[in-house]
Design a protein around this ligand. Sequence first.
Ligand SMILES: *[C@@H]1O[C@H](CO)[C@@H](O)[C@H](O)[C@H]1NC(C)=O
Ligand SMILES: *[C@@H]1O[C@H](CO)[C@@H](O)[C@H](O)[C@H]1NC(C)=O
Ligand SMILES: *[C@@H]1O[C@H](CO)[C@@H](O)[C@H](O)[C@H]1NC(C)=O
Ligand SMILES: *[C@@H]1O[C@H](CO)[C@@H](O)[C@H](O)[C@H]1NC(C)=O
Length: 197
Amino acid sequence: MLSQSIIAFLPLLAAVSAASQGGAPPSTPPPSTTTATAAPTITPIGVEYYLQAQPLDQHPAKVVDNYVSPYHSGAGENNVTLGAQSEAFKAFLDPDGGYQEFDLGLSYPNEFVMGGDIAIQGASLVAIDAGIGDAGFSIPSKEVGLTWNNTAFGGWLACNITKQTTGLQLLWLNKTEESKEKAPKGCESVRLAPVYL
Ligand SMILES: *[C@@H]1O[C@H](CO)[C@@H](O)[C@H](O)[C@H]1NC(C)=O
Ligand SMILES: *[C@@H]1O[C@H](CO)[C@@H](O)[C@H](O)[C@H]1NC(C)=O
Ligand SMILES: *[C@@H]1O[C@H](CO)[C@@H](O)[C@H](O)[C@H]1NC(C)=O
Ligand SMILES: *[C@@H]1O[C@H](CO)[C@@H](O)[C@H](O)[C@H]1NC(C)=O
């Protein structure tokens, strides 16, 4: 759901597309002094966290890795893979609208986009894309983790459906699809818990 405001980022996107495909985006640290730019915010709000995918039926303490990581898939576009914390990027929630933003150290915002297209049996892709993402995210508690206020949202899935060699891929279950709240084959239901490090 990229709005007209993406147009403002087009010159930057050209620079992004020039970068090599695949792998994490460049990990330049955020500037220590932020210059004023137009909305939306790229300045982190509140305490930043990593998002960790934790299987619902497992004690979180036993979960290692599976941190939400962007995987460059095109100009200003990233798939979401689950991997080591060292490859992950910190996230923050913009409470004004509820945008799940990622602190990629870039000069434009990068936010969760809930792909409408069904990738596999009732499940859709999640992306971290440049510009305005989808609204309606919140973290009611650490136990619930990140949730999306949408009637179709049936939870997060960690899936092994990709030909990427690194990590599982993050999808979300569209419960209005025929699978009816059941995780598709090759996927496990997970919570996205905030981890403050
Ligand atoms: C992004 O994910 C899709 C769906 O799994 C996959 O087809 C595509 O190859 C991925 N892109 C990259 C660059 O790995
Ligand atoms: C969920 O799936 C239904 C049926 O395919 C579709 O019409 C709807 O747009 C999907 N919801 C979202 C938020 O993508
Ligand atoms: C969820 O979205 C609905 C409709 O957009 C809104 O009325 C409601 O206040 C939202 N609930 C929360 C908890 O944000
Ligand atoms: C995905 O499944 C294939 C085939 O079973 C396996 O070789 C690969 O290691 C799995 N990938 C992940 C990230 O678990």
